[in-house]
Design a protein around this ligand. Structure first.
Ligand code: KG4
Ligand code: ZN
Length: 372
């Protein structure tokens, strides 16, 4: 039961204070952040309980188990966050909760809890889009405000978007099949590296050599900055099958080549998006990377070089704020609160909730993961 938590360096008395709750997938998380009138953010508490133990034996997230685990520990996680922040519920201004996209059971647990807290303590209530929370995290970590170009790479989503302002997004590209985190997780699974897979693949790749195995670089040169990772995963399976039993070095080399293929493909797609976004962004040439896969050091390195070549500045939150957490939810809530964008007790959770509702489905998109 890994629980990571941090407390405040100090407890400012000014600004709005928002409790954030995240239960959309397999992390139960609560956090308290403040937002000053000049839009500076500070994390007063950030508590995350990952459910890896519950799901590991199944090799993936089991929705019913996830929901039950949220029910069992959410109250304690919230109490810990409030206590670490050195506050009482009455001293908060609002509660922000992930209302989608995600797994329905977990979303309901979080939403019911947030509504109850808001009703009892007469606090503001904000239904947060989990993708928007990832998208705005750099405002909390670096004070960066839109517009910027966003690469969102997580377990359920892989998208390139222009973030015009809070609540206004234009999707430039997305995956036509698997999300990037899903490709990492499936690769890890078929190489016997366990769950969750992304960090395990990265760790195995550290002692591997790219180039010994040859994997495809999907979508290179396509005009629209879409992604595809299903074929890459299949290629890993074929290479692995051709070599069984796999020695540790084989696994390391396959992982290193997988990461190299991913980096080449993502870099190509981001370069395309940087060209498309430049006239819209004008002077604001910022490339933001968010979502769990942004924790990958190999990818961060490649993207740093890509951004520099394209005249963009790269911004990536620290790894603990790339993977799912409630500080980003609290911050997105604070940003919405500052603009008067609050919700009432009747809001409903949404398993699907695109940031750019006007974007057509990417050609070939056969499915959408439940994760965000
Ligand atoms: O954003 P996130 O925590 O949850 C979703 O909203 O999906 O992203 C989780 C994804 C998982 O697929 C996980 O394997 C991947 O992020 N991930 C990584 C790394 N750390 C987490 N992928 C590659 N390298 C990592 N170091
Ligand atoms: Zn996420």
């Amino acid at each position: 039961m890994p629980i990571a938590s941090t407390g405040p360096a100090r407890n400012p008395r000014n600004g709005t204070r928002v409790l954030g709750i995240e239960t959309s997938c397999d992390e139960t998380a609560a956090a308290v952040v403040t937002r000053s009138s000049d839009a500076k953010g500070e994390i007063l508490a950030n508590v995350v309980r990952a459910q890896w133990e519950e799901h590991r034996r199944y090799g993936g997230v089991v929705p019913e188990l996830a929901a039950r685990a949220h029910v069992e520990c959410l109250d304690d996680i919230i109490a810990e966050a409030i206590s670490r922040a050195g506050l009482s519920f009455a001293e908060l201004d609002a509660v922000a909760v992930t209302a989608g996209p995600g797994l329905i059971g977990g979303l309901l647990v979080g939403a019911m809890t947030a509504k109850a807290i808001a009703a009892v303590h007469r606090l503001g209530l904000i239904a947060v889009n989990h993708l928007e929370a990832h998208a705005l995290t750099v405002g909390l970590t670096e004070g960066l405000s839109p517009p910027y170009l966003l690469l969102l790479i997580s377990g359920g989503h892989t998208q390139l978007l222009i973030v015009h302002e809070v609540g206004r997004y234009r999707r430039l590209g997305s995956t036509i099949d698997d999300a990037l985190g899903e490709a990492f997780d499936k690769t890890a699974k078929l190489l016997g590296l366990g769950f969750p897979g992304g960090a395990a693949v990265e760790q195995a790749a550290a002692t591997g050599r790219p180039g010994r195995f040859r994997l495809p670089r999907p979508m290179l040169g396509r005009a629209e900055p879409h992604f595809s990772f299903a074929g890459l995963k299949t290629a890993v399976r074929q290479q692995a099958r051709a070599r069984v039993p796999l020695a540790e070095q084989d696994i390391a080399d396959l992982c290193a080549e997988f990461q190299a293929a991913v980096a080449d493909s993502v870099v190509d797609r981001v370069e395309r998006a940087m060209v498309l976004a430049a006239p819209v962004l004008k002077g604001a040439r910022h490339l933001v990377v968010a979502g769990g896969v942004a924790a990958n050091a190999r990818l961060r390195q490649s993207l740093a070089a890509t951004a520099a070549r394209g005249g963009y500045r790269l911004h990536v939150p620290p790894p603990a704020l790339c993977t799912d957490n409630a500080a980003m939810v609290a911050w997105a809530g604070a940003e919405r609160l500052a603009r008067g964008l609050t919700d009432d007790l009747q809001f409903e959770v949404r398993t699907r909730w695109p940031l750019d509702p006007s974007a057509p489905p990417a050609l070939g998109a056969g499915k959408q993961g439940a994760k965000a």
